[in-house]
Ligand binder design. Structure first.
Ligand code: PEP
Ligand code: MN
Length: 345
């Protein structure tokens, strides 16, 4: 970290900053310049809060040299994290994993039909919300624990793993018990209490990017989970809040190569929430595989017109079959094979 002093900073102010840095337990090295003095803070292990220095008398700017996250950063661990699920599915490390299912768990029949279809098409992980964070308090809020049990049963019948969202600490305990991956949704990306609680479980966590989160904020949210000792984290780009009503969100496809350079964690893409319209899901899924995503999470419904949430962006079962065939072609073209379920078809 480099602390840049004001042009007219006095010797007393410079010494004040040096003393403050030393009192924080770091080494301070003043670097005199023609216009102003800068002070190098050495030994920053990512824990220095720049706001403690920014407010000191005579300081004009604090420049971060080292990254504020450590455990999730590639600087500290160059090799890709690969997460292995109980059904054998692997996330990260070069192949592309597909998670699919309805936005919300609605009924046993809906889930069984979907699970059978996605497994036959090659997906390895069943998604479905049992606890739904809805914009309106009057919208369907999910089946709760009952939904988790339905998910587990439908998934086990087809050797699928389960990913589902936890929205608070109570649902987190239940999700950790019934699912294989705990999803933290976009709206909770900076719910630090929830992140810490997820970090205390030993289940993989799928962390969606917040609606207006920078990549650094997203990685720091992941660091909250990792700092509690749970380093099995999957990052999911799902689109940002934008000004253009043509898409529900603006999918930041660039985030994939950017984050993969900064972090060793697997990064997947959600083209369903990212676009909001089912006809846009396939082209964007192709792009996600081509750009290097480690997986996709796709909303699928046997009857999207009857879906209790996110029907307009849910693929029909035949559309999902087509998507699997199309992304397999892209996977071959870019040397990232789609990992397929080994279920009998
Ligand atoms: C979801 O996956 O159903 C969901 C609510 O996603 P997000 O948190 O990205 O909106
Ligand atoms: Mn949804």
């Amino acid at each position: 970290m480099l602390v840049v002093m004001q042009h007219e900073a006095t010797q007393e102010q410079i010494e004040g900053v040096v003393t403050a840095i030393r009192n924080m337990g770091y080494e301070a090295r003043p670097i005199p310049g023609a216009q102003r003095v800068a002070i190098g803070l050495l030994g920053n292990d990512g824990r220095v809060d720049p706001s403690r220095i920014e407010g000191l008398s005579g300081v004009t700017e604090v420049i971060q040299v080292s990254l504020p996250y450590k455990v999730v950063g590639r600087e500290w661990r160059p090799d890709d994290t690969v997460i292995t699920l109980p059904n054998g599915a692997k996330i990260g490390g070069g192949s592309v994993v597909v998670m699919a299912g309805p936005c919300a768990v609605e009924s046993e029949a809906q889930l069984n039909t979907t699970a059978a279809a996605i497994a036959a098409a090659g997906a390895t992980i069943l998604r479905g919300g049992a606890f739904k964070p809805r914009t309106s308090p009057y919208a369907f809020q999910g089946l709760g624990l009952e939904g988790l049990k339905l998910l587990r049963a439908a998934a086990d019948r087809h050797n699928l793993a389960v990913v589902t969202e936890a929205i608070d600490e109570t649902s987190l305990r239940q999700v950790a018990e019934w699912a294989d991956i705990i999803q933290i949704g976009a709206r909770n990306m900076q719910n630090f209490t929830l992140l810490k609680a997820a970090g205390q479980t030993r289940k993989p966590v799928l962390l969606k990017r917040g609606l207006s989160a920078t990549i650094q904020e997203w990685l720091l949210a992941a660091e909250y989970i990792a700092a509690e000792g749970n380093e099995q984290i999957i990052l999911c780009e799902r689109g940002l809040r934008s000004f253009d009503p043509n898409t529900r969100n603006l999918l930041d496809i660039t985030a994939v190569p950017v984050v993969k350079q900064l972090s060793h964690l697997p990064v997947i893409v959600d083209p369903s929430h990212g676009t909001g319209r089912r006809e846009k899901v396939l082209p964007v899924a192709r792009a996600a595989v081509a750009v290097g995503a480690d997986g996709l999470i796709i909303e699928v419904h046997p009857k999207p017109e009857e879906a209790m949430s996110d029907g307009p962006q849910s693929l029909t079962l035949p559309m999902f079959d087509e998507l699997m065939i199309e992304i397999a072609k892209v996977g071959i073209a870019v040397g990232r094979p789609i990992s397929m379920a080994t279920v009998a078809k």
